[in-house]
Design a protein around this ligand. Structure first.
Ligand code: PXG
Length: 482
């Protein structure tokens, strides 16, 4: 996450045609200037330097359809990030709105604490069990990915208690991993700047290095050798702490916010081997990778490993309403079910409206074969277009990704794998060119990230790729490279 140090100078976009402006004005209650002034007066944004943002002004997004957003000045923007990696079915799906409307009239809220349940959460759980890999048949609900990972810690702890292994308390994760912004999520994540701002951290969480080949491989290691070495750090860490003290390892199958870092094929099998050898639970944080992003329903299926727990959020509801979940492998579920009270829950665990929307969303992903299309059609096309367009580009060092997610590494010397000094500066320049060209492309340091809605078609992919090319060319030109 690099919002903290970024300053987006808001550049006044070209004025839209008079009729578009009039239509926009008719829908809007306030002018852009009024919205900005009120926003600056009363709203604290997440991960933002508010002083700087209030001086430059936020872009006000007023509506969306398909893969497009519109701002309060009538600009049409193509969303290369599916919101924040979440709007998998695209914007404006009436089926989801209808599901929420119907559920709100029928049963807007009831809890699932005191021996009660309700149809939407029952149906959702059954459908998730059908869509998830075979051993995942039980789900616990929350409202976000962060809460999902907090829940993971609780389940892991309870599981080892049921096994009589009370000393298994440590959880190992990775530097530059992202697992959310609550205290537990932030501690699990490996973002130093987040750790610095926490009043205290969750105990017994330690980090190993990430499998970031382009930025961190030294010497002549191949990507496979490097990934293996990074996975073996897990073994070294376990031996250092003592296997009897280690409860779990958690990782995103590919790091999302950390820069769409795809480890080589040697990484996850080795992580799994080590976890099994030392009897350590393996947790896949599928908050970004889940629900079709790589062309598989879950990203761990792409990498070919079998976790014990999976964290879900974002694509679960395509972001239409908040919902998170944790999926439990049968083995873990059995232990939790037989362990007496599980003392954890949230007012909105299994919220009926969120569950109804999730159900409608998953049915769209399944019945419209959206995930299949990502795997066999749009995903391969997206990856091919990116790789062809940026082959031998003077500032592109690497393109990572699969399906409809990609990371483009900006580099000073691509062949020598030399990154720019002052990491993040060039990414910010490029991100601003995208922003002004009405493309949403996220920057993490000097990696440019794309993760469009999964319903994107080939024409829209072409538009993203050509806008990205323009922005990256403009960045190179500003740096005096061509
Ligand atoms: N795990 C992963 C892998 C995530 O990407 C979370 C957990 C936390 O989810 P919630 O719902 O609590 O935010 C995330 C969230 C970004 C960005 O700019 C990424 C996330 C959130 C906000 C911004 O890339 N990922």
């Amino acid at each position: 996450m690099s919002y903290r140090t970024e300053e987006v100078a808001y550049v006044q976009p070209a004025q839209p045609a008079a009729s578009a402006q009039a239509a926009q004005a008719a829908q809007q209650q306030r002018s852009t200037a009024e919205y900005r002034a009120l926003d600056a007066a009363h709203h604290i944004h997440p991960f933002s330097d508010m002083g700087s943002l209030n001086r430059s002004g936020s872009r006000v997004i007023v509506k969306a359809q398909g893969v497009y957003l519109w701002d309060s000045d009538g600009n049409k923007i193509i969303d290369g990030m599916a919101g924040l990696w979440c709007v998998n079915v695209g914007y404006g799906r009436k089926e989801l709105a209808d599901a929420a409307y119907k559920q709100m009239q029928e049963l807007p809220y009831y809890n699932t604490f005191f021996k009660t349940t309700h149809p939407p959460v029952i149906e959702l759980s059954a459908l998730l069990a059908e869509l998830a890999p075979e051993p995942f048949n039980h789900f616990f609900y929350c409202n976000s990915g962060s809460e999902g990972n907090d829940t993971v810690l609780r389940i892991v702890h309870q599981y080892w208690a049921t096994q009589g292994k009370h000393s298994k308390k440590f959880v190992i994760s990775r530097k530059n991993g992202y697992h959310g912004s609550t205290i537990a999520g932030g501690t699990l994540g490996g973002m130093g700047y987040m750790h610095e701002q926490m009043p205290s951290k969750v105990e017994n969480i330690v980090h190993i290095d990430q499998p970031y080949f382009f930025g961190e491989a030294e010497g002549n290691l191949t990507p496979e050798e490097f990934a293996l070495a990074r996975a073996q750090q897990l073994e070294a860490k376990i031996l250092e702490i003592g296997a009897d003290n280690v409860a779990a390892f958690i990782g995103e199958p590919f790091q999302g916010a950390g820069g769409v870092i795809f480890p080589a094929s040697t990484y996850w099998p080795e992580i799994q081997r080590i976890c099994r050898k030392y009897d350590i639970l393996l947790v896949a944080d599928e908050v970004i990778g889940g629900f079709g992003r790589t062309g598989e329903w879950f990203a761990h299926q792409h990498f070919g490993f079998e976790p014990d727990l999976i964290t879900l959020a974002k694509g679960l509801t395509s972001g239409y309403v908040p919902m998170g979940a944790v999926g439990l492998h049968d083995r873990i579920a059995k232990a939790i079910i037989e362990s007496g009270d599980f003392n954890h829950g949230l007012t909105y665990s299994g919220h009926p409206v969120a569950a109804a929307v999730a159900l409608a969303n998953l049915k769209l992903l399944r019945d419209e074969k959206i995930v299949d299309r990502v795997k066999n059609d749009t995903g391969p096309y997206f990856q091919k277009q990116l790789r062809e367009t940026f082959a031998n580009h003077p500032i592109i060092g690497e393109i990572s990704g699969k399906g409809l997610v990609a990371g483009l590494q900006l580099a000073q010397d691509p062949k020598a794998r030399k990154r720019f000094a002052n990491g993040g500066e060039v990414g910010t320049i490029c991100r601003d060119f995208c922003f002004n060209g009405n493309l949403i492309m996220r920057a993490t340091g000097d990696r440019m990230l794309l993760s469009p809605p999964l319903v994107i078609n080939k024409l829209e992919i072409d538009e993203i790729v050509s806008k990205a090319k323009k922005a990256i060319d403009a960045t190179a030109q500003q740096l005096g490279v061509s």
